[in-house]
Design a binder for this molecule. Structure first.
Ligand SMILES: NC(=O)c1ccc[n+]([C@@H]2O[C@H](COP(=O)([O-])OP(=O)(O)OC[C@H]3O[C@@H](n4cnc5c(N)ncnc54)[C@H](O)[C@@H]3O)[C@@H](O)[C@H]2O)c1
Length: 250
């Protein structure tokens, strides 16, 4: 599937990440359908996109988004509990809980329901993409990449695009194009069996390990480690609970 053929995006899982992912792609001009498993959850997702802390109403009030752009998002995002409503999607972004078996099952079902030429992506924080794609057809494996967003998605623009040896160049180009339309900062990463996490979470985990070691070795207090990172590197939050600026930018 080429970028210009993509019109309709299916977001599977409307939780913390799914709502924000739907919001930025509707802002990027795409029709988006969010699928979750209960009417109550999708109503909560709708509320968070419209009225939530990172939602469009507040974005307009804060001068982050124009009124027409907010209406566009509200208009372009649809909600469903039926997987069949994703059948004509051109691109799927999966954001169900971080559990390999669940993700495999979700994609196995989507592979049967969604049209064969559609691209599949996962917002996993760190599971190997080839493992998530294990139960889809060989053709779909060529149309499969990772798309890892950061929370809260409307504020944090990062999108890691994780490519497997099977991912076709056409698929990669299309996903990069869609993410660019959604104003994402794209970071390309190779899927690597035997590892966990891509760029963001691997680097963060290494820093967190080092911070813990400094405290365990009695070299500095947790408060001073956090203070060093927040005031010396402008990190939005420390490892031990101190917060810098996150939440104040919006
Ligand atoms: N929360 C974060 O900060 C963050 C950041 C980056 C990536 N992620 C990744 O994003 C994914 C989702 O995380 P989250 O924090 O949004 O989780 P969440 O629990 O807030 O949302 C997951 C949603 O998926 C729904 N769901 C479960 N099974 C489903 C199914 N079969 N079909 C459709 N929907 C289903 C749940 O009802 C829930 O609403 C995970 O893989 C996570 O690792 C999370």
């Amino acid at each position: 599937m080429k970028l210009e053929q993509i019109r309709h995006i299916g977001v599977v899982g409307g939780g913390v990440m799914g709502g924000g992912i739907a919001q930025v792609h509707a802002a990027g001009g795409y029709r988006v359908t969010i699928r979750d498993i209960s009417e109550q959850i999708i109503e909560d997702t709708r509320q968070s996109i419209v009225e939530g802390k990172w939602g469009v109403k507040r974005a307009v009030e804060k001068g982050k988004m124009g009124f027409d752009a907010a209406l566009q998002v509200i208009d372009l995002v649809g909600y469903t509990t039926k997987v069949e409503d994703l059948a004509d999607c051109d691109l799927i972004i999966e954001a169900v809980p971080e559990n390999l078996e669940l993700k495999q099952k979700v994609f196995e079902e989507l592979d049967k329901v969604v049209k064969p030429e559609a691209i599949f992506t996962s917002n996993t924080s760190g599971i190997v993409i080839q493992e998530i794609a294990a139960l889809v057809s060989d053709q779909r494996k060529e149309q499969f990449v990772g798309m890892h967003f950061s929370n809260p998605v409307p504020v944090m623009s990062m999108c890691e695009v994780i490519t497997t040896p099977q991912s076709s160049q056409e698929t990669i180009d299309a996903v990069v194009g869609v993410a660019t339309a959604a104003k994402r900062a794209i970071c390309m990463v190779k899927d690597t069996p035997g590892t966990r996490g891509f760029i963001l979470n691997r680097v963060f985990a290494a820093a967190a390990r080092e911070a813990r070691k400094i405290v365990e070795d009695g070299i500095a207090t947790p408060e001073d480690v956090d203070k060093a990172m927040i005031t010396g590197r402008n990190w939005p939050a420390g490892f031990f609970g101190a917060r810098g600026g996150i939440g104040k930018q919006w």
